[in-house]
Design a protein around this ligand. Structure first.
Ligand SMILES: [Zn+2]
Length: 171
């Protein structure tokens, strides 16, 4: 990874991010949006989150959705819709397959992220998955991106994102 990206990532997160392998997705204006991380961090810690959302504006939009109860709505939807549940389980398998391709870490074998395959625990994880692999794989990641774009206050799409390094992190 080029040094410029490392500098920008450190600013986006307000700290160095450990175990970054590559930038998996970029906003239209060029900064990293999602990074792919090692399943085992340099200090040996297992890290199940293969795709990590870094763009501060994207992080903020996903946090807004979490704060207004979207995860509970999605969990109910998941319980009521068999086809959605099947697609979400397939998304979980996609996540695991991609992570296994990077490396096998026994402690997190079979464990993906974000609550998959049966719960919704982190919209940042689901959105990052959809951005990294493209739409049509993770239905609730895709839905998260749709809802981020439709927020009344500070809607976010990667195409319209104008975050600049001088803005700092979302925190
Ligand atoms: Zn952005």
């Amino acid at each position: 990874m080029v040094t410029d990206d490392e500098t920008v990532l450190r600013e986006q997160l307000g700290r160095p991010l450990r175990g970054v392998r590559a930038v998996a997705y970029r906003c239209g204006s060029g900064h990293p949006t999602v990074v792919e991380t090692e399943p085992r961090l340099p200090d040996g810690t297992p890290f199940p989150t293969l795709f990590y959302l870094t763009c501060p504006r994207a992080v903020a939009a996903a946090s807004t959705l979490e704060s207004i109860g979207v995860m509970a709505d999605m969990t109910e939807w998941l319980a009521a819709d068999v086809e959605l549940a099947e697609r979400y389980r397939a998304a979980h398998e996609d996540y695991l397959t991609r992570r296994e391709h990077v490396g096998h870490v026994e402690e997190i074998a079979g464990v993906s992220a974000g609550g998959m395959p049966t719960r919704v625990k982190c919209l940042h994880v689901l959105a990052a998955h959809s951005l990294a692999v493209g739409r049509g794989i993770n239905p609730l990641g895709d839905d998260t991106l749709d809802r981020m774009a439709e927020l009344d206050d500070k809607p976010w799409t990667p195409e319209s994102c104008t975050w600049r390094p001088s803005e700092g992190s979302a925190a």
